[in-house]
Design a protein around this ligand. Structure first.
Ligand code: CP
Ligand code: NVA
Length: 311
């Protein structure tokens, strides 16, 4: 029986299966028991499997964590840059998907338009994983949920506050609020509001996102404070100055963190622009779990890949 499944987004994946992936990722992390990164897992579910990692945008964490994760599970990878593929020179996404499916067992793609991901998934006969689009970043938020739970227990009913741009990473947080059942507050300027669709999803799942323009008020009772870059990879460079002016009031600094719960955590998907969206004092301070969060990309995605392959 073909058990293959795509991992395209948090809102399009069954909530119980998402929960299972988080628990599997944590169990796999524990089972490694801190062995060297290059050492194989005891379990080798990707043995004999080839994975294509396609990047149309830059990446450090996604690229390295997928590559290492596949190898730990016994598989092999090839990293492909969109520009160097025929995909960047006129070959259709559908044909690319059909061809790659003859060579590899799994495809991870980081791209611009969501439509590229969806077309890849529609025409591939192997699982496709979303490694970030202009609209969402589901693998990141799987790692974030895992990181919160590793430090503080169940995220259900916790208060998560996002301070900054209503971007792709926020959208996946809104999806996760609906699927994992936590309360999410968006604090940012109206001009940089999140897309309505992700807010509608959370609301339909009984977790309407609170919008609080005042960042100081937003922090009250926060269990987790999150921010991200003020200018994403798909945003035009020309928008930088205006975005900085609009978002300056939402910088996560020690004063803002002091308004959250005393045992609150701070997360950022990275890369961060130190002293823009977050100060170094917060990034390196007692609330920050940013490097555990980065590490957990590896463990969460290993669970996602297993799920995709039905293993
Ligand atoms: N957080 C994240 O996706 O990082 P990279 O852009 O380095 O992959
Ligand atoms: N919002 C950022 C996330 C980077 C991991 C971007 O899309 O550039």
């Amino acid at each position: 029986m073909n058990m293959m499944k795509h991992f395209l987004d948090i809102h399009t994946t069954d909530a119980a299966e998402l929960r299972h992936m988080i628990d599997t990722g944590l169990a796999m992390k524990r089972a490694r028991g801190g062995r060297p990164k290059g050492a194989p897992d005891d379990d080798q579910p990707l043995k004999g499997h080839m994975v294509a990692l396609i990047f149309e945008k830059p990446s450090t964490r996604t690229r390295v964590s997928f590559d290492v994760g596949v190898r730990q599970m016994g598989g092999e990878t090839m990293v492909l840059s969109g520009k160097e593929m025929q995909l960047g020179h006129g070959e259709t996404i559908a044909d690319t998907a059909r061809v790659l499916s003859r060579y590899v067992d799994l495809i991870m793609i980081r791209t611009f338009e969501e439509q590229t991901l969806l077309e890849m998934a529609e025409h591939a006969t192997v699982p496709v994983i979303n490694g970030l689009t202009n609209r969402t970043h589901p693998c990141q938020i799987m790692a974030d949920v895992m990181t919160y739970e590793e430090h503080r227990g169940p995220i259900k009913d916790r208060k998560v506050v996002w301070s900054g741009d209503g971007n792709n990473v926020f959208a996946s947080f809104a999806h996760a609020a609906g699927q994992f059942g936590f309360d999410l507050t968006f604090s940012g300027p109206e001009t940089l509001n999140p897309e309505a669709a992700c807010l509608d999803f959370a609301a339909a799942k009984g977790r309407p996102v609170t919008i609080e323009r005042d960042p100081f008020k937003a922090m009250a009772g926060a269990d987790l404070v999150v921010t991200d870059t003020w200018v994403s990879m798909h945003d035009p460079e020309s928008a930088k100055e205006r975005r900085h002016n609009q978002l300056r009031a939402y910088q996560v600094n020690e004063h803002l963190m002091s308004l959250a719960k005393p045992d609150s955590l701070f997360m950022h998907c990275l890369p961060a622009h130190r002293n823009d969206e977050v100060t170094s004092a917060v990034m390196d301070g007692p609330h920050s779990v940013i490097f555990d969060e980065a590490e957990n990309r590896l463990h969460a995605q290993k669970a996602v890949m297993r799920w995709c392959l039905g293993r």
